[in-house]
Design a protein around this ligand. Structure first.
Ligand code: UDP
Ligand code: MN
Length: 371
């Protein structure tokens, strides 16, 4: 019988002049140090997880970790405007440009007018990000008749070449016209109850937009625009309109003094704007921005509308009044000129170089469910 191998040969420990470099278990010093380091790494890793990520009840992390921050902070696309290489475009100038209109607000948000941007450059910046833009449109009751033109013209002018998801809220799904859509574009139907008060249809949009964002759009789209159906596109509406919170200046009041703006003037209403306050009068028929921003807007306007209703108040221009109140406090990061929502009955003013989107002429008495 031979002895087991381990018991044979010379043990390094017993050799004179050699320091200890082995163990009874056959592990070298290097191995030991390595195991110790791995063990310590593991301990530190576990501790880090529990202290910063897991946060047990006895530990209150004083600093917010990245995962606590609102997602929009990370997804704020406009903060990094990476242009494609080799893109040729007209040299910009800081001394020549539109001089007939104001192109920046006092809080330094751009005011988008024709001639202030270069479409190819903006498209070049946004195209590689593969963004998706949602649009909501309500077609309830007789307003379903406007849907075909809205959808067909959107196909020709609204974010052409981008991923666009249009959400149609209607009480008559079977009446929704078929409109051929390009690749990357789709239409989804959402059912809403009919109502015999147009004010309610109009005002409930905020609630439905809030719910749509919460239940369907999160993680699927980056931007959203909420648009009136009784309108048509006539010109480009594209990447130049993208921003955190985006509002459109109403075509009916943009040359007027703020005292003439039809804000809600009763202090009891949550839509109240005091005399001497207000920047611009914005449209209820078009607004948008990053999903997170529009969610906040819709939620706030909905809550305020409902608070008013409990007190028996309805703001004079329903959600448009609440939107204006919201935008007075939460300044839009991009303002779209009245090019982005004109009214067909209004002759075009000289500063409006192009009408991109415009409300059609309609017979209110005939189209609305109530006077
Ligand atoms: N709306 C609707 N059915 C109605 C009333 C309103 O679908 O009976 C929706 C529709 O999308 C419309 C929007 O609410 O574009 C706002 O109403 P409207 O266009 O009549 O308001 P205006 O632009 O005339 O102020
Ligand atoms: Mn309208």
């Amino acid at each position: 019988m031979t002895a087991p191998l381990g018991h044979q040969g010379i043990n390094a420990r017993s050799l004179p002049g050699l320091s200890w470099s082995g163990s009874p278990y056959g592990m070298s010093l290097n191995h030991k140090i390595l195991s110790l380091a791995v063990l310590m790494g593991l301990v530190i890793g576990v501790l880090y997880y529990y202290l910063y990520m897991h946060q047990p009840f006895w530990f209150q992390c004083p600093v917010k970790t990245t995962s606590d921050r609102p997602k929009s902070m990370i997804r704020y696309h406009e903060f990094r405007l990476v242009a494609p290489e080799n893109l040729a475009y007209k040299q910009p100038s800081i001394v020549h440009g539109r001089s007939d209109v104001v192109t920046v607000t006092p809080w330094l948000a751009p005011i988008v007018w024709e001639g202030t941007f270069q479409p190819a450059l903006l498209d070049g910046i946004f195209k590689p990000r593969n963004i998706t833009i949602a649009a909501t449109v309500f077609a309830v009751g007789k307003y379903i008749r406007f849907l075909k033109d809205f959808l067909e013209t959107a196909e020709q002018h609204f974010f052409v070449g981008f991923n666009v998801h249009i959400y149609v809220f209607t009480d008559q799904q079977d009446q929704v016209p078929y409109v051929k859509m390009a690749a990357g574009r789709k239409l989804e139907l959402c059912s809403v109850p009919s109502s015999n008060r147009w004010q309610e249809i109009s005002a409930r949009r905020m609630e439905l937009i809030q719910v749509l964002i919460e239940e369907k759009l999160q993680n699927n789209v980056e931007y959203i625009f909420c648009l009136d159906v009784d309108s048509k596109f006539h010109g480009r509406w594209g990447t130049e309109s993208l921003g955190g919170l985006v509002a459109v200046v109403h075509p009916g009041y943009y040359r007027d003094d703020r005292s003439r703006f039809p804000y809600e003037r009763r202090p009891q209403s949550r839509a109240y704007v005091a005399p001497g306050e207000g920047d611009f009068y914005y449209c209820g028929g078009a607004f948008g921005g990053l999903l997170k921003e529009v969610h906040q807007l819709a939620k706030t306007c909905r809550t305020n509308f409902e608070e008013d209703a409990k007190k028996g108040i309805e703001a004079n221009w329903q959600e448009e009044s609440h939107l204006n109140r919201y935008m007075w406090i939460n300044k839009p990061s991009k303002v779209l000129s009245p090019e982005y929502l004109w009214q067909d009955f209004k002759p075009r003013n000289p500063e409006v170089g192009i009408i991109r989107f415009s409300g059609v002429i309609k017979n209110y008495a005939e189209i609305r469910p109530n006077a």
